[in-house]
Design a protein around this ligand. Structure first.
Ligand SMILES: *Cc1c(COP(=O)(O)O)cnc(C)c1O
Length: 233
């Protein structure tokens, strides 16, 4: 693997373009989120200078610190993709452009209430526990439709789609989970046509996720290299 972030980004974008061109079922608007959690601001700047604009963060304090330090990069877009505690919603409402990890109504209500009036509605994705893991975040597939109906009533949120983190699969074959998400997404769009985003696929399985209609792939290791293990990870 290459050590240079610009080269890793270029390589990922080259592959993304090739996959889009070869496979007509891949969404033309699919975009790459660079997951910068645990990585220093200097590397985010490096990726920004190489043309990357969407960044993903998992930890609220990191989001606050990084977004504050980089406010001058006005077209940089922050995607919050981690678990959310209710005492942290105010910071997320203030700094994030997107939240991928909505799975509790109370959290969504707080984000809507705390979104600053000067900002556009916060774009949110409902996190689905697609592999039905007892320990995992996300709501059950059967609950998506009724939950979405509640989220859609919140004035300062924009229901934009769905997100999933499938359980680790043998040989990184997540085709079953990805196919289930694709079906759920199609179902959701019948009622909420604007909810077109489908956030799935990480460094090990993003090519496959694209063939099942992913519109946002979340790449950490593939762009920034391995992470140090975190106490809270
Ligand atoms: C860390 C993380 C990623 C990136 O993982 P990699 O395997 O390093 O690409 C993507 N999505 C979520 C929700 C994450 O927490």
């Amino acid at each position: 693997m290459d050590n240079n972030i610009a080269e890793r980004l270029n390589s990922a974008y080259r592959q993304l373009a090739e996959i889009k061109q070869k496979n007509l079922s891949v969404r033309a608007d699919a975009q790459l989120i660079a997951v910068s959690k645990t990585k220093p601001i200097s590397l985010i700047t490096e990726a920004y200078l190489a043309g990357q604009r969407q960044f993903g963060e998992n930890y609220v304090q990191e989001l606050v610190d990084k977004a504050t330090a980089l406010t001058e990069l006005a077209d940089l877009e922050w995607h919050f993709i981690g678990p959310i505690q209710s005492n942290k919603t105010r910071d997320i409402a203030k700094f994030a452009n997107w939240v991928h990890s909505i799975d509790r109504l109370k959290i969504a209500e707080r984000l809507s209430a705390q979104r600053p009036a000067t900002m556009p509605p916060l774009k949110v994705l409902i996190q689905v526990n697609i592999s039905d893991e007892a320990s995992k975040a996300g709501i059950a597939a059967a609950e998506v439709q009724p939950f979405a109906a509640k989220i859609a009533t919140l004035p300062n949120l924009e229901l934009a789609g769905l997100m999933a983190i499938p359980a680790p699969a043998v040989g990184n074959d997540n085709s079953q989970a990805f196919a289930a998400m694709q079906a759920l997404s199609a179902q959701l769009q019948q009622q909420f046509p604007q909810a077109r985003a489908l956030s799935m696929g990480m460094s090990d399985d993003w090519q496959q996720a694209l063939t099942f209609g992913a519109t946002m792939i979340r790449l950490g290791t593939a762009i920034f290299g391995a992470r140090e293990p975190q106490p809270h990870e």
